[in-house]
Design a protein around this ligand. Structure first.
Ligand code: AMP
Ligand code: GLY
Length: 425
């Protein structure tokens, strides 16, 4: 099977790395990829914002399956274009991708299908949103969410009504996220640990791929501004059988049947993020792709014919594939550039990757890197993820941290506490 992976981050590096272990995969391409991916597969230039160009590439290369990494191309309809031309692609249609790309679609879909989530109200105008905040039904604290994609910055957990009002004004009147903030969701603030799970869906069936916990804040002990994710561990010790069963019955199955009832079908990765509140689990959000850095800690644990499972999900035939999860623990630590999550510094020389990868049980996945002459240099906020694998979280943490200590670039920042929450489980 010849596979094309779309994207250029650590998640895509992990997808390519894992698919290469699969004996069924004869060739693996990535577009646009990154230098880490280029070392293990063939990378090709393409503008992921242009679905027709992506299709032309897949046709020219005669790939059997295209796997979509990020949500952007799905929101632009890449899966619709591929399916209209009879070409297999793993990723939902543009309409189904609104589960992630529109908070209003996602929340109202959950309400229509009885999926447990925070109480909310959809607001078309700033005065409505401010009235909803001042009405006090949702707090403070209260959460304001821009409807559209806002590079991970569209959610404000406001501790006071003044903070919520400022967020509403910034989104709806000042349009800091352009059209993504034209409408907002105001919702109750939930409390409890956050956990994630990942399934692979074929329109009717869903196969469990694993669980993880992300670390979204930039600094240790979950302090500081939000990021795309500074590290993750897998599996989540909070995800017991009862929670897995709950998630399947109350979340995943209703998503599949709900979309089908609305004339859509869901083929691709579904990432469910849950908050375990005192009143029970609630969906915080859906993503229509794998997580980053969660992919880097979940994919290496999946055993079995993954390429076949991806192909079967893409073509609606996911009945017979058996995937299992290795009993190991994985911890992944993100090394970010100076300035991240604000404007990151670029062009700093990265050293020590070979030494890091030589630590037994460690892997290095590149993201914001590029080649400059003979050097590898930083070229993005999240530069790379270093993972460690072991029989216990303690062992996995030791390996990840020993490996990342070998890596260097100016201004490198990483958290020291990834995996600590799980350490004694
Ligand atoms: P998102 O951009 O949707 O991933 O949200 C970013 C973060 O905001 C989540 O990871 C949660 O920590 C937090 N968040 C979102 N919705 C709520 C809520 N209703 N209550 C408390 N925290 C929330
Ligand atoms: N790590 C969070 C995400 O991929 O959305």
């Amino acid at each position: 099977m010849k596979i094309l992976v779309l994207g250029s981050g650590g998640r895509e590096h992990a997808l390519v790395w894992r698919l290469r272990q699969d004996p069924q995969v004869t060739e693996i391409l990535a577009a646009p990829g990154n230098p880490g991916i280029a070392a293990i597969g063939r990378t090709l230039a393409v503008d992921l914002d242009r679905p027709d160009d992506v299709l032309a590439l897949a046709e020219a290369e005669q790939v059997d399956l295209t796997v979509v990494g990020p949500e952007g191309p799905l929101d632009r309809g890449v899966a619709d274009v591929f399916r209209a031309h009879g070409r297999a692609i793993l990723g939902p249609s543009r309409a189904a991708a609104q589960l992630e790309c529109s908070k209003i679609f996602s929340k109202t879909f959950m309400a229509r299908h009885g999926i447990p989530t925070a109480r909310f109200v959809v607001c078309d105008r700033a005065d409505e949103a401010i009235a909803a905040v001042l009405g006090g039904h949702f707090g403070p604290p209260v959460v304001v969410k821009a409807d559209g994609l806002a590079a991970g910055k569209g959610v404000v957990v406001a501790q006071s009504t003044a903070e919520a009002e400022a967020a509403i004004r910034a989104m709806m009147l000042d349009r800091v996220f352009a059209d993504a903030g034209r409408r907002v969701v105001v919702e109750e603030c939930l409390t409890g640990p956050e956990v994630s799970c990942f399934v692979l869906a074929d329109g009717e069936r869903a196969v469990w791929l694993g669980t993880a916990q992300d670390h979204k804040r930039i600094w240790d002990d979950d302090r500081g501004p939000n990021t795309g994710g500074m590290g993750a561990f897998a599996p989540s010790p909070l995800f017991d059988d009862a929670l897995a069963d709950f998630t399947t019955r109350k979340v995943v199955e209703p998503v599949m049947t709900g979309l089908a009832a609305e004339g859509e079908s869901y083929r691709g990765f579904l990432y469910v993020s849950l908050m375990l509140t005192p009143d029970g689990p609630r969906v915080i959000e859906f993503n229509v792709r794998f997580g980053d850095p969660e992919a880097q800690v979940v994919l290496p644990l999946i055993e079995g014919p993954l390429a076949q499972a991806f192909f079967d999900a893409a073509t609606g035939t996911l009945a017979n594939v058996q995937l299992t999860l290795a009993p190991d623990r994985m911890v992944g630590v993100v090394a970010a550039a100076a300035g991240y999550p604000g404007k990151p510094a670029a062009g700093d020389v990265i050293t020590g990757l070979d030494a890091a990868a030589a630590v037994p049980g460690a892997l290095v996945f590149q993201a914001g890197t590029s080649r400059s002459g003979d050097n590898l240099v930083t070229a993005g906020g999240r530069v790379l993820t270093v993972t460690g694998r072991g029989a216990t979280f303690d062992a996995a943490m030791k390996k990840a941290y020993r490996a990342i200590a070998a890596v260097h670039f100016d201004g490198m920042q990483y958290r020291q506490d990834i995996g600590r929450k799980a350490k004694h489980t």
